[in-house]
Every structure is written in C-alpha cells, then in structure tokens.
Design a protein around this ligand. Structure first.
Ligand SMILES: Cc1cc2nc3c(=O)[nH]c(=O)nc-3n(C[C@H](O)[C@H](O)[C@H](O)COP(=O)(O)O)c2cc1C
Length: 335
C-alpha cells in the first residue's frame, strides 16, 4: 500500500499539529478536506487528550493524528528560575500584574500514549525527541502509524532506527518550536535537509516549513517527499483556536517579520517579532519547559488586555502569504 493509502488520506497534506491552536473543529475540518488532521496534544493532560480525540471523532470518521511532546528531563536550579522570573517583572508591571504563581507543568506522556492506544487513533506523531523502544513497540502492536520529527540528517536516521514509519523534516523556515533533540541546535533550510535526508533514510519523508502554495508543495513532492505538513497557513483559518489578535497579526504580517527566540518558552521557536521577544533579549531565560511556565500568566494577561506585544505569535517565514477562510478553502489552494 502506498503512503496515502496507509494513512487513509486523499491528499498528500498534513495539517501541522499546533498545540494551543488546533481545536476539534479545526482538526476534523482538515481530515474532512482529505488531508490528515492532527491534534496538537503537547500541552494537554491525558484526560483532556481523550476528550479532544472523542470530540474529533464526533465530527469526522476520517483518520487523524495525535501529536505528543516527548518529555525532556532538564535539570534546573531554583536560582535560574528565580532570575528568569525577576527578568519578567518589568513586563508584568506594565501589564498591571502583581506577582504571579508559575506552577511547573508535568508531562503525562505515558498516559497520553495509553489514551492513543485505547482510543484506537491511527496515527501518532512526536516532536522534541523520539519515544523509547518499549513505547514504539506498544504503539506498533496496536497498529498505530508513527511519525517522528527531525531537523537534521542524524535525527532522521535515528527516527528510522527506532522504528518510526515516517519522518517530518522540519526546515528552518518553519513556524513554532524547533523539534530538534540531538546535539547543538542547527538551522537547516528545508531544501538542504531534504537533499541530505533523502539519500540516507529509507522511510517516507514529510516536508515542513514555509510551505504556502501549490507550486512549492509540488516541488517538494517532486524531490521525493511523500507529503507536506502545513502549519502557519492555517493559523488564521476560521476553525483555528488562535486568538483574533493573533490571526490579525498573521494576516497583516510582512515578509521578514519572523525571528527565532528562546525568550517565551526556553526552547528555540520562530514567531512574529514582538516586545516579549525583544525585551527579554540578553536577560535570564529558564530552560524549557520552565520558561514556558513562567511566561504563561504574562501571555494570558496580555491576551485578556488585548495586547499582542506580549503574546506568543508563532509563525513561519511564509506568514506574509497567509489568508483567511475555512480550513477546507485554505487546503484547496494547495490542490
Ligand atoms: C503555532 C504553531 C504551533 C505548533 N505546534 C506544534 C506542535 O504542537 N507539535 C509539532 O510537532 N509541531 C508544532 N509546530 C510546528 C509544525 O509542526 C510545523 O513544523 C510547522 O508549522 C511547519 O512550518 P510552517 O508553519 O511554515 O508551515 C507548530 C507550528 C506553529 C506555527
């Protein structure tokens, strides 16, 4: 069976999992449009992951994926966290916040894997690392199709070795967090990454990063990608859970407005440049996920106050090509 047949989808298009943005309506709309919808379950508890899956199932009988964040065990010191918290205080003050609690988030990865199996989800994708061998075995015994994320040739090779059925190649153009998990962070463009990986890896490759039109999609398929994964293009879709201010920022974005930052979550990510990124430049930043926990209240307050300058506006290099419309209408522009 070919790649699309294995996934049970019509078009070689995957709606990128986007934690915090993908809603059940959004995922179901992508699957109904013949693409593979993906639930960005990275920040969800196992129970919320189950509820989300069930909600999607009510809206579509087409296949969809669940995307999980592979947990990292980052060492941290109270001192680092405190310094990073202090660095956020001027911003908090500007937003009228008094001191805030920043409980450290806990991953329920193993429980989420169990939910994926119990809910007979067909596809499970991963970012920020790869699941261990026993998790891969458990998922495969339950016929779950597994997709890893790689940002270098070495990560793609490891994805194949551990048993992923396919791998997303995330070029440096991509919006949101880098899925990188091996060695020093390297920023490799999608075309370069495709060239390096296609000659060294045998599993199907999915191209991601800055893809915003049919021509680019067709080009990547002609290079040997089995599918493309689209994130930024769908942020401003009607069914997306992005806040209206975020959608406006995406729609009015100009070419070259995105940059990389670690200030918001502690992990390198690409987004539309704003004051939250700028004012934390050179300041103490806690490692991921602790910085993310620290800035959560700031971002929430900014959103409530209608201030996109202190929100996270993750977006890829092609954000200026985004448009409004339904998920189906946007996907159709690629067909
Ligand atoms: C707002 C946003 C959130 C994202 N969240 C996730 C996520 O939860 N899991 C994941 O694997 N990738 C995530 N990504 C990265 C996408 O999977 C993909 O690599 C990227 O969107 C492709 O580049 P593009 O945004 O230029 O289309 C996110 C991207 C964006 C823009």
């Amino acid at each position: 069976m070919d790649f699309l047949g294995k996934l049970g989808i019509k078009h070689p298009i995957i709606q990128a999992p986007m934690a915090g943005i993908s809603t059940p309506e959004f995922v179901a709309a992508a699957s109904e449009a013949g693409a593979l919808g993906s639930i960005g379950a990275g920040y969800l508890s196992a129970n919320d992951t189950r509820d989300f899956i069930r909600d999607v199932k009510k809206r579509t009988s087409q296949p969809f994926a669940v995307n999980l964040f592979v947990p990292e065990h980052t060492e941290y010191s109270e001192e680092t966290i405190q310094e990073a918290y202090e660095a956020l205080q001027p911003i908090g003050k500007e937003l009228g916040m008094s001191k805030w609690n920043a409980p450290i988030s806990k991953s329920e990865f193993d429980e989420q894997v169990q939910v994926v199996i119990e809910e007979t989800v067909k596809v499970c994708s991963f970012t920020f690392g790869l699941p261990d061998e026993s998790t891969v075995k458990r998922l495969k015994e339950n016929n779950v199709f597994l997709i890893g994320t790689a940002t270098t040739k070495e990560e793609a090779e490891l994805a194949e070795e551990i048993g992923m059925d396919a791998v997303v190649l995330q070029g440096s153009e991509a919006g949101g967090h880098r899925g990188s998990f091996l060695g020093e962070l390297r920023l490799i463009s999608l075309d370069e990454l495709m060239k390096e990986v296609l000659s060294s890896v045998g599993i199907p490759v999915i191209a991601a990063g800055g893809i915003a039109n049919k021509k680019r999609k067709e080009f990547l398929l002609s290079l040997g990608a089995e599918a493309v994964q689209i994130g930024t293009m769908l942020i401003a879709a009607d069914e997306s859970g992005a806040h209206e201010m975020y959608k406006d920022a995406v729609i009015s974005a100009e070419e070259g407005c995105t940059e990389f930052t670690t200030a918001i979550s502690g992990k390198t990510a690409r987004g539309i440049g704003n004051r939250l990124m700028n004012e934390l430049k050179g300041k103490s930043i806690a490692p991921y996920p602790y910085q993310n926990d620290l800035t959560k209240a700031v971002r929430k307050t900014a959103q409530e106050k209608g201030n996109p300058e202190y929100m996270s506006l993750w977006a890829g290099e092609s954000v200026h090509l985004s448009r409004r419309g339904t998920v189906e209408e946007i996907i159709k522009t690629l067909l």
